[in-house]
Design a protein around this ligand. Structure first.
Ligand code: GLN
Length: 485
């Protein structure tokens, strides 16, 4: 029997459909892989073995669910920010220690309806604020390719679990790059859908106008499968859009004939890592070889994206995190009166980065500063969106690096928030513009750390970016490389 934990969703589905393995065997094999490898990688916060095995046995009893459904009986790892009924949801924060979700997020409910199994909760930066998973209140997850390096973030646990074959696939969330960047640091595929494509109901909000749920997977086909299962209008999230959900796997062709791909000069900047630039440029040439026409495009407001993002994201976070007050959710530290109790609970419950952002966000929203910071950031956000709209008039999709560097050593940027924020330069733009993007492995640094190619597409253009990423992936060998653990 093949190594079950190494399978993709579509490979596992085939084994299950042919009766070559049971869902219970698949789950048991993953549990063994977690037991052997996670002490080194530290991707999981909690593993729900008992309920995963019960779900698997249920799937094995009900084999007719398998027909035409690649998720049936397949276990997934879930970022600890998405609610799964009966499981913890700490968001990587002490303030939610001991909290149990009373309901499923819509994305989870849709996967559950298709028979997916929820194996456990994976680590993340506290409330998804960070780019390295070092901001988790619980542990630092390690990059499976080099254990003293970060896995990226904030969905670092999701990417590390998939890269180390401790999950068949995972869900992450992306507010400014948190799916695409860890996927690129760990050598996985990560897809951030268009804003409004996947419901945010049951996702603990960081910055509500930027957040999206999406897959982190071993290949592009799996990303298409998970997106198709989760996408669609949800009456519980009024920002979801009623655009038909296509069969995303039907978009997966193997050439790029007739496609125009844009190359923005603003995404190849001074100071970026030489290996990253060389590797991404080689990937662009490869796409040309697959039949794409490469055209120059300009996204002139890119230099303002980091400042704009960190004003808007922190403003929204300061409002969203007001709900953690010691009354409604999670931990409480008693005080002399309710105000004192709120203060003590929040002082003890939130970590340094979260506090920094609440303070920053409150500042940019305060009277006297609102116009200078928040309102101005909203205007620049529109300019960034207009840049993309203009660019997509001349191309089908845009090729860029995911991050200016590959993974870096744990601790390197931990005490330098500005340095950490600057690393988000190539990913925050898609969230500000509301468009979709995917990260696909495109090579390694000299030090054998994975590098990702980012393909950005217009709003609801997921089929285009999936097509580009798939054609690239299938005509290269990068997906076959695995870390040695
Ligand atoms: N690194 C960015 C931040 O810290 C993005 C995080 C995310 O996408 N959740 O805000």
């Amino acid at each position: 029997m093949p190594d079950l934990h190494k399978q993709t969703i579509h490979e596992a589905a085939e084994l299950l459909a042919q009766g070559k393995c049971s869902s219970e065997e698949l789950v048991r094999d993953l549990l063994a892989s977690i037991e052997a490898i996670d002490p080194k990688v530290q991707a999981y916060l909690t593993v729900d073995a008992e309920s995963a095995l019960a779900q698997a046995r249920e799937a094995d009893r009900n084999r007719k669910g398998l027909a035409g459904n690649p998720l049936f009986g397949v276990p997934l790892a879930i970022k600890d920010v998405l609610n799964v009924e009966g499981q913890p949801c700490t968001c990587g924060s002490k303030i939610l220690q001991g909290y149990t979700s009373p309901y499923d997020a819509t994305a989870i409910a849709k996967l559950r309806a298709r028979g997916a199994i929820f194996l456990g909760r994976v680590n993340m930066d506290e409330f998804a604020m960070g780019s390295s998973t070092e901001n988790s209140a619980y542990k630092v997850t390690r990059n499976p390719w080099k254990l003293d390096h970060v896995p990226g973030g904030s969905s670092g646990g999701s990417a590390a679990a998939v890269a180390a074959d401790m999950a068949i696939a995972a869900l992450g969330t992306d507010t400014g790059g948190s799916i695409r960047q860890p996927a690129s640091f760990c050598g996985c595929v990560g897809l951030k859908p268009t804003y409004g494509r996947v419901s945010r109901f049951g996702l603990t909000a960081y910055a509500s106008s930027l957040d999206q749920v999406g897959p982190i997977t071993k290949d592009v086909r799996d990303a298409a499968i998970l997106l198709g299962a989760m996408a669609g209008r949800d009456p519980m999230d009024s920002t979801t859009v009623d655009v038909p959900v296509p069969d995303y796997t039907a978009a997966l062709q193997t050439d790029l004939k007739g496609m125009r791909l844009g190359l923005p000069k603003e995404y190849f900047v001074k100071g970026m890592d030489g290996d990253v630039e060389k590797t991404v440029r080689a990937a662009v040439d490869h796409c040309r070889g697959l039949g794409a026409e490469i055209v120059d495009v300009s996204l002139p407001n890119t230099p303002y994206a980091i400042a704009t993002y960190y004003v808007i994201a922190t403003a929204e976070a300061s409002a969203n995190l007001a709900r953690f007050d010691g009354v409604r959710y999670g931990a409480r530290v008693d005080g002399e009166d309710p105000i004192d109790m709120y203060g003590r609970t929040r002082a003890a419950g939130f970590g340094t980065e979260v506090k920094r952002r609440i303070i920053l966000g409150t500042y940019v929203l305060s009277s006297g500063y609102y116009d200078a910071y928040y309102l101005r950031a909203q205007k620049v956000r529109t300019l960034i969106r207009n840049d993309f709209q203009a660019a997509f008039k001349t191309c089908d999709a845009i090729l860029t690096p995911v991050s200016p560097t590959a993974a870096y050593p744990i601790g390197k940027n931990a005490d330098d928030p500005l340095q950490m924020y600057l690393g988000d330069i190539f990913t925050v733009t898609a969230n500000l513009a509301g468009i979709c993007g995917i990260s696909v492995p495109c090579g390694f640094t000299g030090g054998r750390l994975p590098i990702g190619l980012q393909v950005l597409g217009p709003a609801f253009g997921e089929e285009k970016i999936l097509r580009v990423a798939h054609a690239y992936e299938q005509s290269t060998e990068w997906r076959k490389a695995k870390p040695e653990l």
